[in-house]
Design a protein around this ligand. Structure first.
Ligand SMILES: [Cu+2]
Length: 157
C-alpha cells in the first residue's frame, strides 16, 4: 500500500514545485525588465537619431540632378531642342544660356495648370538650371513665362 501511494504524492509534489519555480521565474523576469526599463529612461542621450536622419537626404538629392534624361538649353532664339522625349519619372533639366531671364512654366500661359511640375519656382539668370521629374505620360507644352512666344514640348512615354 505504501509503495503505491508514494509515487502519487511525489508527482503532486513535483507539480507544486513547478508552479513555485514558475512564479519565481516570472517575478524575476518582470523585475529585470522593469530595472532595464528604468535604467534606459535615466540615461537619455538621443543625439545619434537626428544625425542619421539628415545624412541620406544629401546623396539622393545629388543623384536626381545627375540623372537628367534630357537637358533643354535656353538661348536668345528660344528652347533647344524644342521637343524632347523622356520616360515616365525621368528628369528634365532646363539651362538658361541666354542674355535674359528665363522662367519656365507649364501651358497654358496665364494659369500654368497642365503640368505643375514644369512650373519653375521663379526667374533664373544666365547659367542657372531648373530640374524637374515628370511621371504623367503625354505631350506637355511649356514656355518662358517672361516671353510666352518662346515655347517647347516634352513627350513622356
Ligand atoms: Cu506663362
Amino acid at each position: 500500500m505504501e509503495e503505491t501511494n508514494e509515487p502519487q504524492e511525489a508527482e503532486s509534489g513535483k507539480g507544486g514545485n513547478y508552479w513555485t519555480i514558475g512564479i519565481i521565474a516570472l517575478v524575476v523576469i518582470i523585475g529585470v525588465v522593469w530595472y532595464a526599463g528604468s535604467r534606459k529612461k535615466s540615461g537619455t542621450a538621443p543625439v545619434n537619431p537626428s544625425q542619421n536622419a539628415q545624412q541620406p537626404s544629401t546623396p539622393s538629392a545629388n543623384e536626381t540632378q545627375k540623372q537628367a534624361a534630357a537637358t533643354i538649353e535656353f538661348t536668345d532664339s528660344g528652347f533647344s531642342p524644342q521637343s524632347v522625349t523622356i520616360k515616365a519619372g525621368e528628369t528634365v533639366t532646363f539651362k538658361n544660356n541666354s542674355s535674359s531671364q528665363l522662367q519656365v512654366a507649364s501651358a497654358p500661359h496665364p494659369t500654368h495648370t497642365d503640368r505643375p511640375e514644369l512650373n519653375a519656382p521663379g526667374p533664373m539668370g544666365l547659367g542657372q538650371t531648373f530640374s524637374t521629374a515628370i511621371s504623367e505620360k503625354g505631350t506637355w507644352k511649356y514656355h518662358d513665362h517672361l516671353n510666352p512666344s518662346l515655347f517647347g514640348s516634352i513627350t513622356v512615354q
